[in-house]
Design a protein around this ligand. Structure first.
Ligand code: PLP
Length: 427
């Protein structure tokens, strides 16, 4: 349905059918309401397919209730729908038998903070070392500094050590080799970088740090673009947001791997928590990771939106999406090369790889990228400029403009964008 016969690539070199962005676009009402929109800010958030919008609308219009708190049918049906969603997420992560280890959170930021608050605070000891990259998204970096301060207030002093980004845009493996010691307990990393757009080589990093180090993976920019397979990824925690994979904002996932699932402490307690007070002390009786970490009324419509989002990705085909996005990234890079005074950020523009993950960042000598962003906005082309959520100015790449694409972006979008860009930078 999403493939046009004539768009099939050379059958000799590929068995994959190309995805038709124009057909995908028809499923996203935003493009009917804004036919001239070229939306290139998908790393920030994606647009929503009609099935996701209807699920959220139906919850509010047709059966709004709390989940599992009451005797009436809607409440128990909603509870069952939330658990169906948990199962769907587990299947999406290729761990259908581990649904209990799928935790609903408020988003990737919340998931990444849950790793530090529910695991690290309880498990790190005086002298332990944490490795992270200061050029990663703030949400993957700041929680570790917060954790360090909280641990210090408990008399435990951990060290945070940095590894770097290689000039081509993936992690500098040498800097990881140099930083790792027998005190390294954790490494925090991105699966795909949010500015450089490269696969950050999880397996190679696992090999460098060895099996004992806990790896917390931020999959915010890979989920919905490529397979996030909790079975084969050699990591312990996986965090991502729903809104970057066609679902609603304010909901996310923390997947907790086998070897850390019994090392967690609760982060918040309240309604839904399986806990009692006995002899004036707290006794927690949760039977699963999610029971331990989820408390209170959750973002019910947000959680419900995850299932139609996953169904949509499966319907279009994750392989098709991956191939489409990769081709768009390579094609856009090639179209940008001839523009005068262009300077590429690390990523495809420097590594010249034959595969992309939908993100390409660049700037023009002598032109402010923010000004360019405003000029593009006037042409109804939405891109990201600014600090890209890197934690401080010194670490932030200077003033890059980021284009980030998804299944509904088309070759026509690229043509128009490059034409408009050329006109702006020429004038
Ligand atoms: C790599 C990465 N990590 C974490 C986040 C935080 O996601 P959220 O704001 O949905 O919590 C983002 C958002 O842009 C991101 O790109």
């Amino acid at each position: 349905m999403y493939c046009k016969a004539e768009e099939k690539p050379n059958e000799k070199t590929s068995t994959k059918a190309a995805l038709s962005a124009d057909l995908v676009k028809l499923d996203f009402p935003i493009f009917q309401a804004n036919p001239d929109l070229i939306y290139f800010d998908n790393a920030s958030t994606t647009q929503k397919p009609v099935s996701v919008i209807e699920t959220i609308e139906n919850y509010y219009r047709k059966n709004c209730a709390n989940a599992g708190r009451a005797s009436y049918l809607w409440s128990s049906q909603l509870e069952a729908a939330l658990e169906d969603t948990r199962a769907a997420v587990a299947a999406f992560l290729a761990v259908p038998e581990r649904a209990q280890q799928v935790v609903f959170t408020g988003g990737a930021t919340d998931s990444l903070n849950t790793v530090t608050m529910a695991w690290a605070l309880a498990n790190l000891q005086d002298g332990d070392e944490v490795l992270l990259c200061p050029k990663d998204h703030k949400s993957a970096v700041l929680p570790w500094y917060h954790c360090k301060e909280l641990l210090a207030s408990m008399g435990k002093h951990i060290k945070i050590k940095h590894f770097d980004i290689h000039e081509v845009g993936d992690y500098d493996l040498k800097s990881i080799k140099n930083a790792v010691t027998d005190k390294t307990r954790v490494l925090a990393m991105a699966h795909v970088h949010h500015v450089y757009g490269l696969d950050m080589e999880v397996s190679e990093i696992r090999e460098i740090v060895g099996n004992d180090v806990i790896i917390s993976l931020d999959a915010s920019q890979s989920v919905g673009h490529t397979k996030v397979d909790a079975q084969t990824l050699p990591v312990d925690f996986i965090s991502f947001s729903g809104h970057k994979m066609f679902a609603a904002p304010g909901v996310g996932i923390l997947y907790v791997g086998d070897r850390v699932k019994d090392q967690l402490q609760p982060l918040r307690l309240g309604g839904k928590s399986k806990a009692v007070i006995a002899n004036d002390s707290l006794k927690i009786n949760s039977n699963s990771v999610f029971e331990l970490l989820e408390a209170g009324t959750q973002n019910i419509p947000g959680i419900l939106s995850l299932k139609p989002a996953i169904d949509y990705i499966n319907k279009v085909g994750l392989d098709n999406i991956e191939a489409h996005i990769s081709k768009l990234t390579v094609d856009l890079w090639q179209k940008l090369i001839p523009l005068p005074n262009i300077e590429f950020a690390p990523g495809i523009g420097i590594c010249a790889c034959d595969k992309g993950w939908g993100i390409i960042s660049f700037r023009f000598k002598g032109i402010s990228s923010s000004d360019l962003g405003f000029a593009l906005d006037e042409e109804r082309i939405f891109v990201r400029t600014g600090d890209h959520c890197v934690w401080n100015k010194a670490e932030a790449e200077p003033d890059f403009l980021r284009v980030s694409m998804h299944a509904y972006n088309s070759p026509d979008d690229l043509e128009q964008f490059v034409q408009v860009l050329a006109d702006i930078v020429d004038s």
